[in-house]
Write a protein that binds this ligand. Structure first.
Ligand SMILES: Nc1nc2c(ncn2[C@@H]2O[C@H](COP(=O)(O)OP(=O)(O)OP(=O)(O)O)[C@@H](O)[C@H]2O)c(=O)[nH]1
Ligand SMILES: [Mg+2]
Length: 294
């Protein structure tokens, strides 16, 4: 058997660039990204094929000290992923190594007892001479097998990171057929893209109070238009009003941004029907959480 494969998990604090790195490696957007922490809420699988090997990347929610059931579910899903993968890549931003939040991440890493690499991300934010002392400091945090400076945004260091991962793959099967890039259904990606736009179109706590479900996705025969009906769930009436906005302006912005991206990703013309619904205090109710996919 001359095939190599493995599961590689991206662990890190919120906002360190895990999803950006994940998308960069896979060469397409499978995970949503935003400038605000706690964007990713589920683990997301992305399959990367090369001659003779298959790397299955797992993007995870950021590990942090969770407050409340939604955040606990996010952190639990990251910790569960840590147990299932073969190799962990700690993704940390160059400017975040001393953050308080790193403690929870390092605890998760120690608990997992897996071989680990450090992808020191966002190196575009520091001048080159400053990088070496930061790498030294990072080396003291944990016995990483290798420390690889990268910029997920610019694409620097990615081939070196892949090289370090490739070296550590073991003999194994091709877990996914070559044409499969993810095991997430298309409806999940669509819901996530809509959710991402909420991070950009609204302020403060609103993105954290919103969940998106795709209710239906159908191709209309006569003009092959893809009709997607989705619901945005918020916790309170007040949030519903903010999300809709004056004369529906905010929801319209979200809908337009999401539709454009969905058309690009799916390569089809799309009609996106968005509605907002109040699912009272869903971030705190275990039943609602389950219903909304968390
Ligand atoms: N300057 C710079 N910014 C980056 C880089 N990689 C990611 N970012 C930015 O960092 C922010 C967070 O990126 P994400 O990929 O969403 O981070 P994440 O770790 O997945 O965050 P969570 O899902 O919340 O845990 C976004 O604004 C990205 O554009 C990088 O290499 N350089
Ligand atoms: Mg993310």
């Amino acid at each position: 058997m001359n095939f190599y494969s493995g599961f590689i998990g991206f662990l890190g604090p919120p906002n360190s660039g895990k999803s950006t790195l994940f998308n960069r490696i896979l060469g397409r957007k499978l995970a949503i990204v935003s400038p605000r922490p706690q964007t990713t809420r589920n683990r997301i699988t992305g399959v990367y094929n090369e001659e003779g090997c298959q790397m299955i990347f797992v993007d995870m929610p950021g590990v942090h000290r969770a407050t409340g059931p939604l955040h606990r579910s996010m952190v639990d899903s990251a910790l569960a992923a840590c147990r299932e993968v073969d190799l962990l890549v700690l993704v940390a931003g160059v400017t975040n190594l001393k953050d308080e939040g790193m403690a929870a991440v390092l605890t998760a890493l120690r608990t997992a007892r897996k071989p680990a690499l450090l992808a020191l991300n966002k190196i575009d934010l520091v001048a080159a001479p400053k990088l070496l002392p930061i790498m030294d400091q990072a080396g003291g945090l944990y016995p990483f097998e290798a420390i690889i400076p990268v910029s997920a945004r610019k694409g620097d260091g990615i081939s070196r990171l892949l090289e370090e991962i490739r070296k550590r793959l073991e003999h194994g099967p091709r877990f996914f057929p070559e044409h499969v890039i993810t095991d997430q259904p298309e409806t999940f990606l669509a819901a996530e893209i809509i959710r991402e736009k909420i991070y950009y179109a609204t302020r403060q706590e609103l993105p954290y109070a919103a969940a998106v479900t795709v209710e239906s996705m159908e191709r209309r025969e006569k003009d092959s238009l893809m009709i997607i009906r989705a619901l945005i769930h918020v916790e309170k009436e007040r949030q519903k009003a903010i999300l809709i906005g004056e004369k529906g302006k905010t929801i319209k912005t979200i809908g337009t941004m999401a539709r454009k991206e969905l058309e690009q990703v799916m390569g089809k013309r799309i009609y996106l029907d968005l509605a907002v619904r109040v699912e009272k205090d869903w971030t705190r109710d275990p039943r609602s959480l389950r219903k909304l996919g968390y």
